[in-house]
Design a protein around this ligand. Structure first.
Ligand code: AMP
Ligand code: MG
Length: 413
């Protein structure tokens, strides 16, 4: 099959390509209950309402003495002791006090807790050395959360805060969206799994382990399909087989329009549609996106740095969309070039970079690492982000405004 439409298609901007990807990925349907310990990083499927009040009962906020206040009295008779985990059945009468510890239930009849620092003790009695008002040092049942209160909104990415609060109200499980299923595959006759022996002309598959690591999230179920040969029928059969069972399919290699680049053609043979064929980025121009049988399909370039960039720009919104989350913006931070270089005419350029310093306004000055090129991963090792250089007619001079994309923000979900 020849592919003139792909060759002629215009370069989409990053924003256009991201919009197409977002429009093309469908939120997963279905939910499951997972134990709290397995819920981190999953997406809450429904608004969570509290089955309990918090605090559960009136209790002491301090180590001290629970007191049934008597008018104008400073001296109180000690009638008992209560620690956290116990409950005192007796009711205090005005003029009486009990020794109490933080978290212990407030005895019936008690109006306040005096901190132990503000009390003089003697045998069988205490004397207040500070004024005490009704309600002091008491946490009241329901003052934080009432039964039925909204605790966590649907769509939250569950983290330690949500898990702590859910445990506090007694929940053992949380309702979460089912995991988005992601199929990952490399294509290329030259590729060998790392650890194996290389025959002449062969290289190790670096993209698949790299992408698996970049994509790994609790809300995704990633299935590794290994390496496919550069054969259109094989790749087309692969698409037909996995598309019905997966939400996202991510391939690398064979994305451009050379004779051996079969992926988009194979997707077309399988009956898929293509909505992004090329993007105005360097590296990563061959990024292609399409759909087949409900699956959103990302075809990433084979060159490892290009695959890295395309994954960073386009798989994140695919994943967010599949998980029903709002797509995050692509927003490089304002920065200044600490280097000079030519500028591409139509493509936004990405380069491994790090913050080398700050100018007088605190704006980061960016150092570019490596000699460029779409294949090199090594310069990324010393980088803490990417320089983002807009296209234009004039070269980049030191001090020019550029963008900076820190890795933390770029990769976290
Ligand atoms: P392609 O996009 O298939 O034309 O590949 C472009 C370049 O990337 C070639 O040098 C390939 O050998 C290399 N390449 C393709 N896939 C991978 C991969 N999974 N890991 C490492 N290099 C790759
Ligand atoms: Mg190839």
């Amino acid at each position: 099959m020849t592919m003139p439409p792909l060759k002629r298609s215009p370069l989409l901007t990053i924003a256009e390509a991201r919009a197409a990807v977002i429009a093309g990925a469908r939120p997963v349907e279905g939910e499951e209950a997972v134990p709290l310990a397995l819920s981190r990083g999953r997406i809450l499927a429904r608004d969570l309402a509290s089955p309990r009040a918090l605090p559960v009962f009136d209790h002491s906020a301090m180590d001290g003495y629970a007191i049934a206040l008597a008018p104008d009295a400073a001296r109180y008779t000690l009638v008992g002791r209560v620690v956290a985990g116990q409950a005192l059945s007796a009711r205090l009468s005005p003029g009486e006090a009990v020794r109490i510890f933080t978290g212990a239930p407030l005895p019936a009849g008690a109006d306040a807790v005096a901190m132990q620092e503000n009390v003089a003790t003697e045998n069988g009695a205490i004397t207040l050395t500070q004024t005490l008002r009704a309600g002091d040092n008491i946490r009241r049942a329901g003052e934080d959360v009432a039964i039925g209160d909204a605790l966590v909104p649907a769509g939250s990415v569950i983290d330690a805060r949500h898990i702590g609060l859910a445990a506090a109200v007694g929940l053992a499980t949380l309702p979460v969206r089912r995991k988005a299923r992601v199929a990952l595959v490399s294509t290329g006759d030259e590729l060998v799994e790392s650890g194996g022996a290389l025959a002449p002309g062969q290289i190790y598959d670096s993209n698949r382990p790299m992408l698996a690591a970049a994509l790994e999230r609790p809300a995704l179920e990633l299935v590794d399909f290994g390496v496919l040969r550069d054969d259109r029928a094989t790749i087309s059969a692969f698409f037909s087989r996995v598309a019905p069972d997966f939400d996202l399919v991510i391939t690398t290699g064979g994305a451009s329009v050379g004779d051996e680049d079969h992926i988009a053609a194979a997707l077309a043979v399988a009956g898929g549609s293509i909505d992004v064929a090329r993007v105005a980025i360097r590296p990563g121009k061959p990024f292609t996106h399409g759909r087949l049988a409900g699956a959103s399909i990302a075809i990433l370039p084979g060159n490892p740095f290009a695959a890295f960039i395309a994954a960073l720009l386009f798989t994140r919104p695919m994943i967010e969309r599949a998980l029903g989350l709002p797509a995050s913006d692509f927003e490089p931070l304002p920065a200044r070039a600490g280097f000079a270089q030519p500028r591409t005419r139509e493509r936004t350029e990405f380069a491994p970079a790090r913050i080398a310093g700050r100018d007088g306004n605190g704006t980061p000055i960016i150092e570019r690492l490596g000699r460029g090129g779409s294949a090199r991963l090594q310069p990324l090792i010393g980088a803490d982000g990417l320089a983002v250089i807009a296209p234009g007619e004039t070269p980049v001079a030191a001090g020019d405004p550029i963008g900076y994309l820190p890795f933390g923000a770029a990769f976290s979900l």
